[in-house]
Ligand binder design. Structure first.
Ligand code: ZN
Length: 135
């Protein structure tokens, strides 16, 4: 069997035109966004935040290169990792592409959301997650 499978369902969506967005929550009480979407706002605890879709544009906020696999990580090493800020001010921890020590990226650089191959599962499918890379 082959194909591609999301590392976890419901984290992002891809529109028919290929536009990628993260599936986030927006709280009607405190007006803050969060990711991933949850049944209660993680900031104030209010029930029933609205689902909203943020991205694909972001700016680079923090970044590093990971050389030792964290628990449960089966992808290639090293890889780039950090935080991007979406236009709505929500900061998201994310895998990064092309942000290594020699990449020349800077704080605030424009980024775009992409899909990122992690590893193959036991059925030979490519496990995919979201990532951001310089635009
Ligand atoms: Zn809230």
């Amino acid at each position: 069997m082959s194909g591609r499978v999301a590392v976890r369902d419901g984290l992002w969506r891809e529109d028919r035109d290929g536009t990628l967005t993260l599936v986030c929550g927006h709280c009607h009480e405190c007006s803050k966004h969060h990711f991933p979407a949850m049944g209660n706002c993680p900031h104030c605890g209010a029930a029933g935040p609205a689902e909203t879709h943020l991205g694909p544009a972001a700016t680079l906020w923090a970044w590093t290169t990971v050389a030792v696999a964290p628990p449960g990580y089966e992808g290639p090493l090293p890889y780039d990792f950090g935080i991007v800020e979406l236009a709505e001010g929500l900061r998201v921890v994310t895998v990064l592409e092309d942000c290594g020590p020699d990449s020349g990226v800077h704080f605030g650089d424009p980024m775009e959301m992409v899909l990122h191959d992690l590893h193959r599962d036991g059925d030979g499918r490519t496990v995919v997650t979201w990532a951001f890379r310089p635009r």
